[in-house]
Every structure is written in C-alpha cells, then in structure tokens.
Design a protein around this ligand. Structure first.
Ligand code: ZN
Length: 430
C-alpha cells in the first residue's frame, strides 16, 4: 500500500463523523503554524499568516495570507459528512423480551443493505455538565457494539428479489440482551468522562467498524467507509498544506451537512464562507467585491465511475474510470457549476501538472446528485468547477475507489494553489 493510501485510510478510520474529521485535521494545521480564529472574537491578520476557523466543530475554513499583494482567493471545497444512522433521543428499544436494540433514523440517503451483518460502533458529540458549565465533547466508543442482523433466507425466500427496507423495522441494530436497557447512555457518558447524570444531550451515530483496505490483482483499488467525501477532503487538504506560495491567497473549506442538502448554519448553503471572506477582507483592509471577483472555486466531491456489472448506467461518452485521474463534472442545468471557462482553467492547471483529467455527465435520462459548487457559489459568486475522484457504490457504508487517484488530487490541488491565476482584460493568466 502506498504511503498516501495508508495515511488516507488512517484518517478515514479515525473520522467516523464530520466532528471527528474536523478535529483530526486541527493538529496538522497547528503543527504547520496555523492559528485558530474564533467567530466570537475580533480578527487581527498579518501578512504571511496562516489561520483556520471552525463552525459547530464540524465545518472548517483554513487559509493563508500571502506576504505581498494578491488579487483574490483560490478556494477548494469538500465535505466531511457521510450518510449514517443517527441514534434517537431515547436510544434503546426492547424486542421479543430478550433483546435490546438501538433506535435509529436516517442521516442522508444511504444504501441500506451494506449496513447489515457487519460490526458497528457509535460516535458523535455529547453535551455534559462539567464544572458548572455545559461542555461539548467528542466521543468514539471504538469497539464492536452493535450489528443489524439480516433475516435468514429460510424466513424470507424473496430476499434476493429486490428487498425494501423499512428503517423503523429492518435497520434497528442489536445492542444486547434485555439487560442492556439503559447501557447506551452509560457507555456514552463513560466515554465522555462523566457520570450518566451529567450527560445532558447527544448527537450520536452508528458507524461501520470495517477498516479500509487496498485490494485487486495489483492492489489498484481502495475500499473503505466514507470515501465520499473524505477522499477528496484529504486530497484537497494535503495539496493545500504542501503548496508553495502562488499568486493568490489559498483557502480550503471543509463543510458538514452536504448529505442533507447543506442548509444548516455550518453547511455550504450558509453564510460561513461569505462571512469568513468578508472578515478576512475587512481585517486586511481589502475590498470584498474586488477580491471575490478575482477569485476561483474548485468543489471536490466524488464522482460515479463506470460500474463493472452495470456499465449501462454510465453515459456513453463521459464515463470516468477508476485511477483515471481528476473527474470534471458537467450538468447542463448547472447542478454542477462547471462551465467552459472554469473547466478550461482547472483542466489547464492539471495538464501543466501532468495530472490526467476525465469527464463526467449523468446519463441524460438520469437525475444526478447535487454537490457543493453551485450551492456555495450562490453565496459567493465566483467562477467554479465541480470535480471529484471516480468511485463505485457511492453511499454504501463501504465504498470502492482508485489507489492512484488520491495522489492525482493532491498534485492537482497543489498545482492549483501554486498557480498564478489572474484575470486580465485579455484573458486568464495561470
Ligand atoms: Zn459527496
């Protein structure tokens, strides 16, 4: 396994929720000299400074201020959340007089079947009483805690003929015997280092415990939970962190809540990015509108690769392949923000960096998913391109992608941030 994939899979394994993904990146930023700014405080920025901001603990914006004059911001965005099952307020539900199950509801739209018959655990954030204050803490139980058992084929002979999953019946995980009633809150409290009486509230999620692997005749694939979109988040982050100074201010946004439409206070459809840009411009004495007009956005979210068993679902031309490099996404109705100008800019940067580029369009009669690009640019109007890495089984709890593609994204992100992007009356300089 390559060092990049080892690091990626370690990051994914340690990041069952967006809060954990966000928290796991903080030490890397701090080691590299980034200082955290708080939205509740005034910002004093200096030339050459490195900063990051978090909102809700689950979304993050990191940026560097160049030493000298710069036209605008080169931005990348990815998302940190994935479809999961959320534990309900009263998390336990008895069954058959001999079992305790966990009561769950859907976060995002997942494929249900892969969640069955595999070890699951619980992670998220809790609010506890500590020292007379309400304190928020992250918890990760990190042991095999629950499992959603299938019904045997003998009891449902039609199970292989197209199964409908009723979340409130089929997806409740087995958590223990009837004696386990009340144990979930106690386990969460213990993980937070408080007694159960001081656990006030919780946002807890089930997550699959299966670790990531490389597989294939030549180990050409990686499989792991949450590759959408932690693979892109990781690739953009590594490129951002290692880029040498270019002509603009590099900025990276990692958003929560893409899987539920982004309309939360910390999602891409919030004022988080616009507020941050306004405050950066204010602190540096810059004109916000001129800065934004001189900026560019790359939205990175994984894309559908042509499927080995079902190539008929792919477009006949724009069908990305795994390990084929950066996927540029196109959509006539602009669910993807790519247009001829933004495509040209990013494709040219990739070409100069020796990174292969391929193209994705939905099969013309299929509705695709939306992503971050057109949502965040509805708040900050900049030229934007939607890209991703090709993967299979999107929204399964164990997805498959390319072992070579993360390195392509790191190289493309680095080259983008290092570029001399500048608009002039005659055209765009890179
Ligand atoms: Zn995604």
């Amino acid at each position: 396994m390559t060092e990049t994939n080892r690091k990626l899979l370690r990051f994914i394994d340690a990041s069952p929720t967006a809060w954990h993904a966000c928290a796991n990146l903080v030490p890397r930023l701090q080691e590299a000299g980034y200082r955290e700014l708080r939205e509740t405080e005034g910002w004093e920025l200096r030339l050459g400074g490195k900063y990051f901001i978090r909102r809700n603990g689950s979304s993050m914006i990191a940026f560097r201020v160049p030493e000298g004059k710069f036209p605008g911001f080169l931005m990348m965005a990815a998302h940190l959340d994935s479809p999961l099952f959320k534990l309900r307020g009263k998390p336990e539900s008895p069954s058959a007089g001999v079992y305790t199950r966990l009561s769950v509801e859907r976060y995002g739209s997942m494929l249900c079947a892969p969640w069955l018959d595999r070890p699951l655990s619980v992670a998220g954030r809790v609010t506890v009483r500590e020292g007379g204050k309400l304190v928020t803490k992250l918890v990760n139980i990190e042991r095999d805690l629950a499992l959603i058992p299938n019904l045997a084929i003998h009891m449902d002979r039609t199970a292989n003929d197209g199964k409908q999953y009723d979340i409130k019946v089929d997806m409740l995980p087995l958590f223990g015997s009837e004696k386990a009633a009340g144990r979930m809150e106690a386990i969460a409290a213990e993980a937070a280092g408080v007694g159960p009486e001081d656990l006030v509230s919780a946002d807890l999620y089930l997550y699959p415990r299966t670790p990531g692997v490389c597989f294939g005749a030549d180990e050409e694939y990686i499989a792991a939970p949450r590759l959408d979109d932690l693979q892109c988040a990781f690739g953009c982050f590594e490129g951002f962190l290692t880029a040498q100074p270019g002509g603009n201010a590099p900025l990276l946004c990692l958003f929560d809540n893409e899987e539920v439409g982004s309309t939360t206070k910390q999602g891409a459809n919030s004022d988080f990015l616009a507020d941050a840009l306004r405050r950066i411009c204010e602190a540096l004495g810059r004109d916000f509108y001129r800065s934004v007009s001189s900026s560019f956005m790359v939205s990175a979210d994984n894309a559908h690769a042509v499927h080995p068993n079902h190539p008929e679902y792919a477009d006949s031309q724009d069908r990305p392949v795994i390990n084929g490099g950066i996927v540029i996404k196109h959509h006539a109705n602009q669910k993807y923000a790519t247009d001829a100008v933004s495509e040209a800019v990013f494709a040219e940067i990739c070409c100069r960096a020796g990174v292969p580029v391929q193209h994705y369009s939905n099969r013309a009669d299929l509705l695709g998913g939306a992503t971050l690009g057109n949502i965040s640019t509805s708040h900050v109007s900049v030229d934007s391109v939607d890209i991703g890495l090709a993967q299979l089984a999107m929204h399964s709890c164990y997805e498959t992608a390319g072992a070579a593609d993360t390195d392509y994204l790191i190289r493309a992100a680095r080259a983008y941030y290092e570029s001399g992007f500048r608009r002039t009356a005659e055209g765009i300089e890179l």
